[in-house]
Design a protein around this ligand. Structure first.
Ligand code: PMP
Length: 303
């Protein structure tokens, strides 16, 4: 079991994590009518009594937008206040992950979003590496990413994660660490909880936001950082076969940070990961608040 932070936010108040319990009849549990966020908390290496949150505003805005898809009016400001209080109350001393969640909390059946109670909770857990930082193997999933015309892919809708779960288990069962999913057009989309970048001829390439990817906050940050580092960035469709001959491939996300890919199917990628490592180093520097240029991306909370 993960090490959960001791205090959760549940039904409008802060309570011990063990007391934050929902009923088996909870509507959102049955229909996937929830949406979540995920933020990493870093302990400031220069001051153990400070927690650093990366791009808190963006995370709160994305969750507020996800809530809109569920017909739930929850402002980004409200989410932000709760998350800051949550961190202050828990006083974490190790790297951790925050999971805010919005959902249809009514007890009852029949899938719908109208005339139904919604709610919001937040809990946290300690989190080290999500995937091996030394590099991973990926298979091309037989499962395809859903289409935006079937569900709002710009939201982190909980029900959508059945596809990620199927793809991850398929990958692990067949001896790989992770899965790369194609979109319905057969173009490279993303991994089970991460966006994807490739490098070809010193150019960084990633699928565009209109290609059924999640609008990842790490992805967005990498595009900005790369441009600042004068690395050329192209946001465009990627063919599956480009993965096999890429100079570098990496996955990125809040949990995974920047994770190099060593192998896609049976294609071994070059060991030299120059651009990946340069971006990874810069992202670490930023999340640890060591780069004043990006200090607006960091929220400092005294604990
Ligand atoms: N794609 C999916 C499906 C995800 O669940 C995540 C994790 N939130 C990402 C991409 C990466 O997004 P972010 O960088 O905002 O964590």
């Amino acid at each position: 079991m993960p090490d959960f932070l001791p205090i959760a936010y549940f039904e409008g108040q802060f309570v011990p994590f063990a007391d934050a319990k929902i009923s088996i009849a909870t509507h959102g549990l049955h229909y996937g009518t929830g949406a979540f966020g995920g933020l990493r908390g870093t302990i400031n290496p220069q001051n153990p009594h400070q927690v650093l949150l990366f791009r808190l505003d963006r995370h709160c805005r994305r969750l507020s937008n996800s809530a809109k898809y569920l017909h739930y009016n929850l402002s980004a400001d409200k989410i932000k206040t709760v998350i800051k209080d949550f961190v202050s109350k828990n006083k974490p001393s190790k790297p951790f992950y925050i999971r805010p969640f919005v959902y249809t909390s009514d007890l009852g059946i029949a899938p719908r979003l109208h005339n139904i109670e919604k709610n919001f909770f937040v809990y946290g857990l300690e989190m080290g590496d999500y995937l091996s930082p030394d590099g991973i193997s990926c298979r091309i999933s037989s499962w395809y990413r859903q289409e935006d015309r079937s569900l709002p892919l710009r939201g982190k809708i909980s029900g959508a994660y059945i596809t990620s779960a199927l793809a991850k288990t398929e990958a692990v069962d067949s001896g790989f660490d992770e899965a790369i999913l194609m979109n319905s057009q057969g173009k490279v989309c993303e991994a089970t909880g991460m966006n994807i970048f490739i490098v070809r001829n010193n150019k960084l390439i990633t699928p565009n936001v209109d290609q059924d990817i999640l609008e990842g906050i790490t992805r967005d940050s990498i595009v900005t950082i790369a441009k600042d580092l004068e690395i050329e960035v192209e946001e465009r469709e990627i063919d599956k076969t480009e993965l096999f001959i890429a100079d570098e491939v990496f996955l990125c996300g809040t949990a995974a940070k920047i994770t190099p890919v060593k192998r896609v199917e049976n294609y071994h990628l070059p060991a030299d990961k120059k651009i990946t490592m340069k971006l990874k180093e810069k992202l670490t520097e930023i999340t640890e608040n060591r780069d004043p240029i990006y200090k607006d991306w960091i929220t400092v909370i005294d604990v």
